[in-house]
Design a binder for this molecule. Structure first.
Ligand SMILES: [Zn+2]
Length: 328
């Protein structure tokens, strides 16, 4: 019997909800959707949705970060010392472990690694690589390093030689947590899946990446040591584990000042990279509402409260607008 469109639609929504539940609960529950479905077709369908959602966000984070990093490198705001050829492989995604296992069991990522993102203007783009291309072989140790790649596109195979270009020496990774947050840790910028999903506008993502980059390039000591702290709960837990309560309290005014500095860099970098800075302020109420504990913690907070950060960002944009008015 054919189901009517409404039945099909509600079944689809239920599956999507189950898929997102499976992914969002990935750290505590086993297989995505396993408790919600009864047959392999549904299971496969759910895993495909979860995998696509994850890959879409990983690709978006990769592309936005590439643009922010290139801007920072071009304008002397970071030391360009890491080679990149500008593409992301599906095999290089930091998949949540249950999703990785499910994808493996269902053969969803079988075959040669597939390119899921190519940064515009990067060596990979100039060589004509495109999302969907499979990398059959490489002479480079890492995909981001220079070397010759053997590519399969549909039924054809060809070779390209890529020469890496230098950019900021930081890695960027999408993390499985569903809390809204991002943090800098050693030389890595980590953005949660929850953060990416909550803010589909690239401007906010650029700001978040720029904020963490701001901590690094400003030499904020705790970030450098990998102790502090971004905006994620996970990060606060790391901080708490490594510092005594007393030293945390003593350091808070410094942390708050550093946060405002990182905000400033993030905002200006996002704008220099071509994103609409007003969108960041427009998204701010959602950001604040999604993190009520950050608003409430007052002077115990290791971040300034969200209203203070908003006021500081508005003042920066206002001052810049004033300057450009005078210039006219
Ligand atoms: Zn921060």
């Amino acid at each position: 019997m054919q189901s009517n469109p409404i039945q099909r639609h509600s079944r689809f929504l239920a599956l999507v909800a189950a898929a997102s539940f499976g992914l969002s609960a990935c750290t505590t529950i086993g297989t995505p959707g396993a408790t919600h479905t009864t047959n392999d077709a549904d299971r496969r369908y759910l895993a495909e949705i979860a995998l696509k959602r994850w890959s879409d966000e990983a690709a978006r984070l990769f592309l936005v970060s590439a643009r922010v990093f290139d801007t920072a490198a071009r304008t002397g705001q970071c030391e360009p010392s890491r080679s990149t050829t500008g593409f992301l492989l599906d095999s290089d995604q930091n998949l949540p472990s249950n999703l990785r296992e499910e994808a493996r069991l269902l053969g969803l990522q079988s075959g040669a690694p597939r390119i899921i993102a190519v940064a515009p203007g990067a060596p990979a783009a100039e060589a004509g690589l495109m999302p969907g291309d499979r990398v059959l072989a490489t002479t480079a140790g890492q995909p981001e390093h220079s070397g010759q790649l053997t590519i399969r596109r549909d039924d054809t195979e060809f070779k390209v030689t890529l020469t890496g270009r230098l950019t900021c020496d930081y890695t960027v990774q999408l993390e499985p947590e569903t809390e809204i947050g991002a943090y800098g840790y050693f030389n890595g910028i980590h953005v949660t899946y929850g953060q990416a999903r909550a803010f589909p506008d690239d401007a906010m993502l650029a700001f978040v990446v720029g904020h963490e980059l701001g901590h690094f390039v400003s030499g904020h000591p705790f970030i450098r040591l990998g102790i502090l702290s971004g905006t994620a709960a996970v990060d606060v837990a790391v901080t708490k584990g490594l510092l005594t309560a007393a030293s945390q309290l003593a350091l808070r005014p410094t942390w708050r000042r550093e946060e405002l500095e990182a905000d400033r860099i993030g905002l200006l970098l996002a704008r220099q990279a071509g994103y609409d800075a007003d969108r960041i302020l427009e998204a701010w109420p959602t950001y604040a509402a999604a993190a009520p504990e950050r608003v409430k913690r007052g002077w115990f907070a290791d971040h300034p409260d969200m209203a203070e950060r908003y006021a500081a960002l508005s003042a920066i944009l206002g001052a810049q607008a004033g300057k450009s008015q005078q210039a006219k």
